[in-house]
Design a protein around this ligand. Sequence first.
Ligand code: 5AD
Ligand code: SF4
Length: 402
Amino acid sequence: MNEADSENIAASFRRRGFELTDEIKKADAVVVNTCTVRQRAEDKAISQIGRLRLWKEKRPEGKLFVVGCAAQKLGGKYLKNRFPFVDEVVGAKAIEDFEDALIAQFGPDGGAEAAHQNMFRSPQTAYVTIMRGCSLKCSYCIVPAVRGPAVFLPAGEILADAAAKIKAGAKEIVLLGQTVNAWRGGKTTFSELLNKVLALPGLQRLRFMSPHPLYFDDSFTALLAREKKLARYLHLPVQSGSDRILKAMRRGYTRAQYLGLLKKLRAAVPGMTVSTDFIVGYPGETEEDFNDTLSMVAEGGFTMAYCFKYSPRTDRPEMAATISGTVMKARLEKLLAAVKKNSSLVLNERIGKIEEVLFETETYGRTSGNFSLRVKAGGTPGKMAEVLVAGAEKNTLNGKVL
Ligand code: 5AD
Ligand code: SF4
């Protein structure tokens, strides 16, 4: 979501004739887009802002913007007080107002259009935000507080955004939202929205991120089974394998329900891949709870998992960390090792199979299941091709275009 917001911010600058630069010395403006999902992210943002004091001293006419979730949490007053060289603060809840902050510093944009340009992924991938915020209340999570309750963008706006990005060269659209599959537009369901985006001419592949287990229905399963352009891949955060912890986290599902959902989807969509997020060291997590998380790795058949140490985010004292740093670290390492082992198993299962690959160069692309794949030759950038997988190395498959 932050990457997508950064894209939009960069586009606002480009409409005013600015270009991106890697050389901070040359920068006329710097935007720090901050995260606060874990304390470490917030600390990183703060030290980054601190380091910019030097840039501002050398370039007093340069403009410094601080935006995003940590900006929302800490507030403009606090940030400007602590870092008086900051020019503008725009919190995540008001990110649409970034344009106003830009006008305040540089004036209106003159109506120029900015070409689509993905700074984070391949240029042929475009993010399309379909919802903002989150209306769930997972006990550990600060997102609803800093981004606000779920707001769905209207289908018409979403389709116009996607169509414009395809026209500008995007081949792959990634629909974004904190609980992306909770999206609704009047009577239009998430599956119906996917159908409408899939019908846009020129689109090669559609992805979305991140869904929540609570919001899948049978119409989605049928759509995933039917539509080849819809990536057969889900990043579906599970957070824990222990029912006791899932309940404390207020995730709204049990381990069996989560696994049941995967089973149903995989029965309809053979070869579908799934990655996930785990939190270790949630307050009160016992060795038994943690073992349930460990066993979830193989049982879920995850291709990849982001694993995080629990980071207390609220002022509620009962949500303070209770697991010692040493135990937390040991559990994290154990989990990471299990994930690595399982990833390589899942990757090797692909050998001998045919994959749908969207090529980015003549020799590199991504499979529908989101694996990186290399061939010696024969890929057409921006086009889909079938590849027979011959081998796997680290996180990458290799094979031959059919
Ligand atoms: N501590 C650790 N990890 C967290 N996440 C969200 N909040 C916290 C927290 N307080 C993780 C979850 C989520 C991902 C984006 O960040 O796993 O899916
Ligand atoms: Fe946070 Fe995701 Fe839970 Fe929403 S669904 S509260 S964003 S972890």
